[in-house]
Each structure stands twice: as C-alpha cells, then as structure tokens.
Unconditional design. Structure first.
Length: 299
C-alpha cells in the first residue's frame, strides 16, 4: 500500500497536469491506437514428460574388457521432456465429456472439466479460470523438466569423475603389465609373457571402453545444457503469458494491480503533455494558432 500512496503522490505532484489539453489528449489517444500492439499468435509451449533416445555412439569392435561387460553399453541420451506447441483455443475446445485433452494435460483433465460444468460462472469466466490453470500447470511441468535434466546432468558429471579416476588406475596397471610382458618376452618365458600380454590387452580394452563412456557422458552433458537453455526459454514464454493481465487475467495482488494501473495513467498523461507541445507547435507554425482555437474554443 505504501508503494501505491507513493505513486499517487507522484501523480498529483506533476506540475504540468493542468497543462494537459484536449488536443493533446486526442493526439495521445490516436498515437496509442496506432501503436497498439498486434494480437499475438495464440501458441503456448506445452511440456510433456517423455523418454526419447537421441542417437548413440558405436562401441569399438576390438574393445573388450573381461569382468566389466556392461561397459560400452551406455544408454542413449534420454530427453526427459518434449515440447509441443498448441493454441489455447485448441486446449479449451478439448475440454468436456467425451473429449480428450492433449498429451501432457491429463493430470488436470478432471479439474478442467469440473470448471466447465460450473453453472455459477459465465463462459468467459470459465475460460479465464481454465487458462490460468493450464498455464500454472504448464509452468510447473517446465520446472519439473528443468530439475530432472539438471539432476541427470549432475549424475553424468559424477560418473565421469569416477571413470577418470578408474582410468588413472588402469593405465598404471596396463603399464605394469606391459613392462612384465616385455621383460618375460626378452627372457624367452613365453608362458608368462603370454599371460601378461593378455592382461595388457584386457586393460587396454577396459581403458578404451571407459574413454568412450566419458565421451558419451560429455556428449550427454552438452546436450542437456542445450536442453536446459531451451526449456528455460520456453518457460519464460509461459511466465510472460502469466504476467499479462490484459489477456489472461493472472492472480495479482491488489497492490500489484494498482501499481500497474497508476503506471499506465501516469504514462498516458506524460504522452498527452508531449503530444500537446508538438500539436501546439504545429498549429502555431502552420496555422498561426487559429486551427485549434476554432476547433477547441476555450482549450
């Protein structure tokens, strides 16, 4: 409330309010109509939970690692959510008995239908409430998708830290096996040389598979970072729609509503003052002040 009082005080303290003229108001109103924003395309991004596999790397055919057979079977990158674009009109038309709401809105299908059955509300009021419910739910879904992507990204980063630690150990073990293999090969001990050769090759296979797993995780992390940017961008669209009181009537506090209203009034008065100055100057320069004296006698 203190903010509203401050805004009203600033409004009444404008020393030029009395100088607002009818020509200025008309010119400001004309400019407002000319510059009125166009009706936007009524499309909203809709977050839908899904499990999508997007590509994969092939395992090197010569990379084998005894005892660690799961390596090299890295699951393909899974997108936890997909994004669809639907108009609010399509969503509202899908509400009602015998109809099915679009994918991703199943959890609120019953509340949407209950609102539609309300007899105390006008149809316009029902649509306002349904739009608000859809956008609030969609906003929560985007937050959920962002949290899941962030969680999986953290898991893959942790896996890479563990894989790199294992790689350091196995590279040392491979080097030791290689040294033993060369030593026994020189001493013509083919039995032990063959054993350490197998050990060296096995460690090399394990190292190769772990390196590929690191590459897969790095790829997944970069893809998730791209997805996080995309999801945040689409969520901003929903946030902007929720903040638009002219079309979607969001739940605003009284203070927020009054603040926006006073800001609009102050902006229009300032526009009227500026327009009055310009119009008066044109009148004096082109018509020697006679035009508006005849049209608006007394103003």
């Amino acid at each position: 409330m203190n903010q509203i009082i401050t805004l009203l005080s600033n409004l009444f303290s404008l020393t030029k309010v009395a100088s607002v003229t009818l020509p200025g108001l008309l010119a400001a109103g004309g400019l407002a109509l000319i510059l009125w924003p166009a009706v936007p395309v009524d499309l909203i991004p809709l977050a839908v939970r899904s499990e999508q596999q997007i590509g994969d790397f092939d395992v090197p055919p010569d990379a084998t690692c005894q005892g660690e057979s799961t390596l090299g079977r890295h699951s393909a990158y899974d997108a936890v959510c997909s994004v669809r674009f639907l108009s609010m009109g399509q969503i509202l038309e899908s509400i009602g008995p015998g109809k099915s709401v679009p994918d991703g809105l199943g959890e609120i299908a019953q509340p949407l239908s209950d609102i539609q059955q309300q007899r105390t509300y006008s149809q316009f009021r029902k649509q306002q409430i349904q739009q608000q419910l859809v956008l609030d739910f969609d906003n929560q879904k985007f937050s959920e998708c962002i949290n899941l992507e962030t969680s999986l990204k953290g898991r893959e980063a942790t896996e890479n830290l563990q894989l790199k630690a294992d790689l350091d150990i196995e590279e040392k073990q491979r080097s030791a096996a290689q040294d033993n293999y060369l030593a026994y090969l020189k001493s013509n001990n083919r039995s032990l040389a063959g054993h350490y050769q197998w050990e060296m090759n096995n460690f090399q296979g394990c190292i190769t598979l772990k390196r590929y797993s690191v590459l897969w995780n790095e790829r997944d992390i970069l893809e998730r970072e791209r997805r996080l940017v995309e999801l945040a961008r689409e969520q901003n669209v929903i946030t902007s729609r929720l903040a638009d009181p002219g079309r979607l009537r969001p739940r605003l506090g009284f203070d927020d509503f009054m603040t926006g209203l006073v800001n609009h009034v102050v902006a229009f008065i300032l526009l009227s003052l500026a327009a009055a100055i310009v119009v008066a100057a044109i009148d004096r320069a082109a018509f020697f002040g006679a035009l508006f004296e005849d049209l608006f006698d007394g103003f």
